[in-house]
Design a protein around this ligand. Structure first.
Ligand code: FAD
Length: 382
């Protein structure tokens, strides 16, 4: 039985992909949701990424991560189809995975997976030499995360309050209250969902018995404008994104408007700062040279400081690369939930995690088999 209407009120901390997805999933189920974010607008955290991929993970035994990312990508693509403009906000292009060192293996039975060995024509279209090992993910494409965040926050029933730095959370009677640095109450509701990425850790710290091992993982994307490329370079651009050693995407609008190309991203552990750095552009240039050697050679000059642009952010990771979602400790801390730890796959996972939260809190059938959902459950850290 779902909770009575007067308790179907939630505060969500963090208006990135995770928080906006939770807010959307609760609101469409009739909940009243207030989202608080310390930033002045959309895209302050990792979800400010200019463009990224929704693409599945594959493994020979079709492991838990593979099954969850496949369900997650489907959920994201359906959400994009429902809320976004195809071609400018997202596109179902298919993604070619350059299978460097042949380390990716498909399961024997791929009938319902939409991932197959890439054809010779697809390998050629990517500009890779004949015989290059590669996979083709048909159910995959690029997304501009900010557009998805903004669209999810516009769901009727969702109120967003920007410029709200939450400093503390506390249980008051049957409700959760969130407070600012001066101890002023910013909001109160029976349900509280922390979707504030790595900063969720500081909010959880005063609550004994919870130990969620969140970590920051810095990343930088290098990008440029298509209009600045020479014809010879443009002719080498693959007609779909390519991943496998970072990812290369082109023909996607930049936040300034013109179409851009994007290569990323770097991975740096234990770094809580995200300024754009010159040496990371060099790392992305090497990444492109490995992923798409002919294009990397042709575009070497585009990484000069006068041409290249950059964006950097902090992913929030958990040790097993799976997020922490839903109620944390319902007996001890009733009403407290998480949706965080999306790692390098927030585009592929946050919508599914929002749906899981919506279903858990509304006591509905889960969007994943329970045996899979338990691998995402936040209470595994209690
Ligand atoms: C370089 C890079 C490349 C990536 N590429 C891909 C990709 O191709 N595909 C993919 O699937 N994923 C990719 N990701 C990962 C993806 O961007 C993230 O997993 C996702 O954006 C995380 O969303 P989130 O909402 O959990 O966190 P965030 O977007 O970081 O949102 C957290 C929000 O919480 C707010 N907040 C924090 N603390 C407080 C507080 N105390 N009070 C109020 N508000 C607070 C912040 O302002 C922020 O808006 C990439 C990430 C990076 C950095």
């Amino acid at each position: 039985m779902s909770p009575p209407p007067d308790t179907r009120q939630a505060l969500v901390i963090g208006a990135g992909l995770s928080g906006s997805a939770v807010a959307h999933s609760l609101a469409v189920r009739g909940w009243t949701v207030t989202v608080l974010d310390r930033a002045p607008g959309v895209g302050a955290g990792a979800s400010g990424l200019p463009a990224g991929l929704a693409a599945p993970h594959v493994s020979p035994d079709d492991n838990v991560l593979s099954r969850i990312t496949r369900a997650g990508v489907q959920a994201t693509l359906q959400r994009a189809q429902a809320l976004l403009h195809r071609g400018t906000d997202w596109a179902l292009t298919g993604v070619l995975e350059h299978n460097l060192a042949g380390k990716r293996k498909l399961p024997a039975d791929t009938t319902d997976h939409h991932s197959t060995p890439a054809s010779a024509a697809q390998v050629a279209a990517a500009g890779l030499p004949p015989g290059t090992p590669a996979l083709w993910h048909a159910q995959a494409g690029w997304i501009r995360p900010r557009q998805l965040v903004a669209a999810q926050l516009q769901t009727p029933g969702v109120q967003v309050r920007w410029g709200q730095q939450v400093q503390g959370i506390e249980r008051r009677g049957d409700a959760w209250a969130v407070t600012d640095a001066q101890g002023q109450t910013l909001g109160q509701a029976p349900w509280l969902v922390l979707a504030s990425a790595f900063d969720s850790l500081a909010l959880l710290r005063p609550l004994p018995g919870l130990s969620v091992p969140l970590n920051p993982l810095r990343g930088q994307v290098s990008f440029g404008h298509m209009a600045d490329l020479k014809d010879a370079q443009r002719q080498l651009l693959p007609p779909f994104p390519v991943n496998g050693h970072g990812s290369f995407i082109s023909g996607v609008p930049t936040s300034e408007g013109p179409l851009g190309w994007f290569i990323g991203a770097t991975f740096e552990r234990n770094c809580e700062q995200a300024p754009v750095r010159t040496q990371d552009h060099a790392a992305n240039q090497e990444r492109l040279a490995t992923l798409l050697p002919a294009l990397g050679q042709a575009m070497a000059g585009e990484f000069e400081p006068q041409h290249v642009h950059g964006w950097a952010g902090l992913r929030c990771t958990l040790p097993n690369r799976l997020p922490a979602v839903g109620p944390l400790d319902p007996l001890r801390w009733p009403g407290l939930c998480l949706s965080t730890g999306m790692g390098a796959r927030g585009i592929s996972l946050a919508v599914l995690c929002g749906e899981l939260t919506g279903a858990w809190l509304s006591q509905e059938t889960l969007p994943l088999p329970p045996a899979l959902a338990k691998h995402l459950a936040a209470d595994r850290f209690v």
